[in-house]
Design a protein around this ligand. Structure first.
Ligand code: PRX
Length: 657
C-alpha cells in the first residue's frame, strides 16, 4: 500500500448556527485560529495556563518534559488529585448542590447524586479500598455495568492514587481473567448482574469463573443491582453496601505527583493480546478538562449525556473525568437504546431536558433503521449540541442526525481520537468551525496531525495516507502496561523521528488512514491494519481468530471486516475445519456461541464461511486483503504474486454455503 484511495467527495458545508456561535466561548474561526496558533507556538505556556484553572497542591512550572522520548511527561513538578478536581473543587461554590450524575436505570428507576453526595460516596469507597489493602499504585479492576458505582469506584481509585482498569461488562470470563492477570489487580469491583435489554448479565458469576485463574485477586466488592442469586465467598467477597457502612466518610485527597498512573485500559492490537494503555494523572486531567470545556462548550445549566459505556475510553474521559472536572451535570443511562422500544433515547432526552448528546455513528445508524417515527414522537427542543465518536460517520447518517435529532439547529461535533490519545484530537469547535458531514474537520489545541505517504513525505490535498501526530500533547498515553517495547514498536517505529529546533521528535503513528481536503479538513478512513471497528467496538481480528481456533472442530480461521450499513463493519470469519468435522448450521451456531463465551456477544461474526483452505503467502501469512474483497463480495484485484495457491481463492469466491 503506497497510498489509500479515497473515493468520498462530500462537499456540503454548514456554518455554525448564529445563535449558537453568539453564546459560545470560541465564537468564530478567527478566535479558534488565534488560540490554535498559540497552542502550537507556545505549547508549555498554553497548557500551563489551562492547567491553572484546576486545583494543584503544588503548581506546576513545567509543561512538556520529553527528555525520555517517546515517553512524554507533563506538568511533572506539580502535584494534584483528579478526584479532588472532579469533586472537592466544586464543594466551595453553589455547585455543591448541583446534580453531578443523573442516573436512569434500564427498568426506569432514576437516581440523582449532587456533587456533595457523590463526594461523600467516593470518600467512603476510597476508605473501603484502603481497608482492603489497596495502596497508591495498586491495580483495581472494575467489571460493572453502567451504574453510578462504576464512576464512584473509578473516582475512589483516583483519589488514593490506585490504578483502575475498567473491563467492559460485555466481556466474558476469559477476557476478564486475561486483563486482571495482565494488570495484576488486587481487587475486583463488580455487580450481581447488570440489566441489558430486560435480562440479567451475570457479572458476578463471570467473575467467579475468572477467579479460578487469577491468583493476584484478594477481594471483590459486589454491588447488588439485579438481585439474582450469587455466590459470596466469606472473607474474599464483600457486599458493597455493607462494607461501605463499616468505614469513615472522611478521606482527604492526598497530593499526588502529576505523573501518578491513573488507569490502564485494554485495547485491541494486531496480535491476539490486548494492549494495556496507561494514562497518568496531570496531563490526562488537563486534556479531558480542556476538550470537554471547549468542544462541548459546556454551560452550567447544561444536561450533558454521553451514551458510551464506562468500559471504553469515551466513558472515562467524557462521562466521568472531563465533565465532572468541569462541574457539569451528566446523565448516565444503564441500558439498551431499544428497551422497552427504540424511542428510549428520545424519551430520556425529553424527560431530563438533555441539552448535549454525544453518541456513536453505529447508534445513529440503528436509529435510522428503526425509523423517524420514534424521534418524531418526542420533544427534543432541549438539545443544543450533538456529537459523535468511535468511527467514521457516513454523511447520510450525519445528515439524518442533523435534521431529525438536531432540527438543523444544533451543530454536530464529529470527534476523532483514540484510547491512546486520552482525549479528542480532531474536532470542530462548535461555535467556530463550519462542518462537513463525515469530516472531523480541524485539530484540537496543541495537536499537530499530518497525513503521510508510506515514505514519510506529506500527502497532497485529498490524497489518502497514514495519519500521524507530531509532538506530544498532555493526554497522550505513557506506555503499554508491562510491555514498553510494544509501546515503541506500535506507535513510534512506523516513521523515523524528525529533527527540528535542534531536537529529535518521534512521530506518533495512529494506525488510521486519512486524507486532508483542499480546505485543510481531515477525513479519517479507519484502521489500516487488521483491527476492525464493529459497532464502535474496536476489535482485533486476531483475538476473534484465536477464539475460533480454540474450538475443537476448527483448524484455522481468518477474520476480516466487511462494510456494514448498521455496524460500520461486520465480521466475516473464514474457517477451515479439522479432518472429519462436518460443516453446517449446527457447527456454525456452536462457533458463534463459542466466540460469545470467549470474548463476548458483540464479537460474534455476522457470517461464518467454511472453506477448505485460506489464501496465504509463501511464508504462510494469511492474505487478509484478499479475504476482505471476498467478504465484501467484490472482485479480487491487486497484487497476488505472493499468493501460494490460486485454486483456494477461486473456491472462496463462489460462496457455496
Ligand atoms: O479508527 C479510529 C476510530 O476509532 C479508533 C479508536 O478507537 P478506540 O481507541 O476504541 O477509541 C474510540 C473512542 C475514541 C480510531 O483510531 N475513530 C474514533 N473516532 C472517530 C474514528 N474514526 C473516524 N471518525 C471519528 N470521529
Amino acid at each position: 500500500m503506497t497510498t489509500i484511495t479515497s473515493v468520498s467527495r462530500e462537499a456540503r458545508l454548514f456554518d455554525p448556527p448564529e445563535a449558537f456561535a453568539k453564546a459560545a466561548r470560541i465564537p468564530n474561526r478567527e478566535a479558534y485560529e488565534a488560540m490554535y496558533k498559540r497552542s502550537i507556538e507556545e505549547p508549555d505556556a498554553f497548557w500551563l495556563e489551562l492547567a491553572s484553572e484546576l486545583h494543584w497542591f503544588q503548581r506546576p512550572t513545567q509543561g512538556l518534559d520529553y527528555s525520555n522520548a517517546p515517553h512524554a511527561k507533563w506538568f511533572a513538578d506539580g502535584t494534584t488529585n483528579l478526584a479532588y478536581n472532579c469533586l472537592d473543587r466544586h464543594l466551595e461554590s453553589a455547585r455543591r448542590n448541583k446534580a453531578a450524575l443523573i442516573f436512569e436505570g434500564e427498568p426506569g428507576d432514576v437516581r440523582v447524586l449532587t456533587y456533595q453526595q457523590l463526594h461523600r460516596e467516593v470518600c467512603l469507597f476510597a476508605n473501603v479500598l484502603r481497608r482492603l489493602g489497596v495502596e497508591a499504585g495498586d491495580r483495581v479492576a472494575i467489571y460493572m455495568g453502567m451504574v453510578p458505582e462504576a464512576a464512584i469506584g473509578m473516582l475512589a481509585c483516583a483519589r488514593i492514587g490506585a490504578i483502575h482498569t475498567v473491563i467492559f461488562g460485555g466481556f466474558a470470563a476469559e477476557a476478564v481473567r486475561d486483563r486482571v492477570n495482565d494488570a495484576q489487580a488486587k481487587v475486583i469491583l463488580t455487580q450481581d448482574g447488570a440489566w441489558r435489554r430486560g435480562s440479567v448479565v451475570p457479572l458476578k458469576a463471570n467473575v467467579d469463573k475468572a477467579l479460578t485463574e487469577t491468583p493476584c485477586v484478594r477481594h471483590t466488592v459486589v454491588l447488588r443491582r439485579t438481585m439474582n442469586d450469587i455466590e459470596m465467598e466469606a472473607g474474599r467477597d464483600h457486599d458493597w453496601n455493607d462494607i461501605v457502612k463499616s468505614v469513615d466518610a472522611k478521606c482527604p485527597a492526598p497530593a499526588l505527583p502529576a505523573e501518578q498512573p491513573l488507569f490502564i485500559l485494554y485495547t485491541s492490537g494486531t496480535t491476539g493480546k490486548p494492549k494495556g494503555v496507561l494514562h497518568t494523572t496531570g496531563g490526562y486531567m488537563v486534556g479531558a478538562y480542556a476538550s470537554t470545556k471547549y468542544v462541548f462548550d459546556l454551560k452550567d445549566e447544561d444536561v450533558y449525556w454521553c451514551t458510551a459505556d464506562v468500559g471504553w475510553v469515551t466513558g472515562h474521559s467524557y462521562i466521568v473525568y472531563g465533565p465532572l472536572a468541569n462541574g457539569a451535570t451528566c446523565l448516565m443511562y444503564e441500558g439498551a437504546p431499544n428497551q422497552p422500544d427504540p424511542g428510549r433515547f428520545w424519551d430520556i432526552i425529553e424527560r431530563h431536558r438533555v441539552s448535549i448528546l454525544y453518541t456513536a455513528p453505529t447508534a445513529i445508524r440503528a436509529f435510522v433503521k428503526w425509523g423517524d417515527h420514534y424521534p418524531l414522537k418526542h420533544d427534543l427542543s432541549s438539545l443544543r449540541l450533538l456529537g459523535t465518536v468511535g468511527e467514521p460517520i457516513n454523511p447520510e447518517a450525519w445528515m439524518w442526525y442533523r435534521r431529525m435529532i438536531g432540527a438543523e439547529r444544533c451543530p454536530i461535533v464529529d470527534t476523532w481520537w483514540q484510547t491512546e490519545t486520552g482525549g479528542m484530537m480532531m474536532t470542530p469547535i462548535p461555535g467556530a468551525i463550519p462542518t462537513k458531514p463525515g469530516s472531523c474537520t480541524v485539530p484540537f489545541f496543541g495537536v499537530r496531525p499530518k497525513v503521510l505517504r508510506e515514505d514519510g513525505t506529506e500527502a497532497g490535498p485529498n490524497e489518502g495516507g497514514l495519519l500521524v501526530v507530531e509532538r506530544p500533547w498532555p493526554s497522550i498515553m505513557r506506555t503499554v502496561w508491562g510491555d514498553d517495547q510494544r509501546f515503541r514498536d506500535t506507535y513510534y517505529t512506523r516513521f523515523p523521528p524528525r529533527d527540528e529546533e535542534g531536537k529529535s521528535w518521534p512521530i506518533y503513528f495512529t494506525g488510521d488512514g486519512a486524507r486532508r481536503d483542499e480546505h485543510g479538513y481531515f477525513w479519517v478512513m479507519g484502521r489500516v491494519d487488521d483491527v476492525v471497528n464493529v459497532a464502535g467496538h474496536r476489535l482485533g481480528t486476531a483475538e476473534v481468530e484465536s477464539a475460533l481456533v480454540a474450538h475443537r472442530s476448527v483448524a484455522e480461521a481468518a477474520v476480516v471486516g466487511r462494510p456494514d450499513e448498521l455496524k460500520g463493519q461486520a465480521l466475516v470469519a473464514f474457517v477451515t475445519l479439522k479432518q472429519g468435522e462436518v460443516a453446517g448450521k449446527t457447527l456454525k451456531d456452536a462457533l458463534l456461541e463459542h466466540v460469545a463465551t470467549e470474548i463476548g456477544k458483540f464479537a460474534r461474526p455476522d457470517d461464518i464461511r467454511f472453506t477448505d483452505g485460506l489464501p496465504k503467502t509463501r511464508s504462510g501469512k494469511i492474505m487478509r486483503r484478499l479475504l476482505k474483497e471476498v467478504a465484501a463480495g467484490r472482485e479480487v484485484k491487486g497484487d497476488m504474486t505472493t499468493l501460494e495457491d490460486f485454486s483456494v481463492l477461486a473456491k472462496l469466491s463462489k460462496d457455496d454455503e
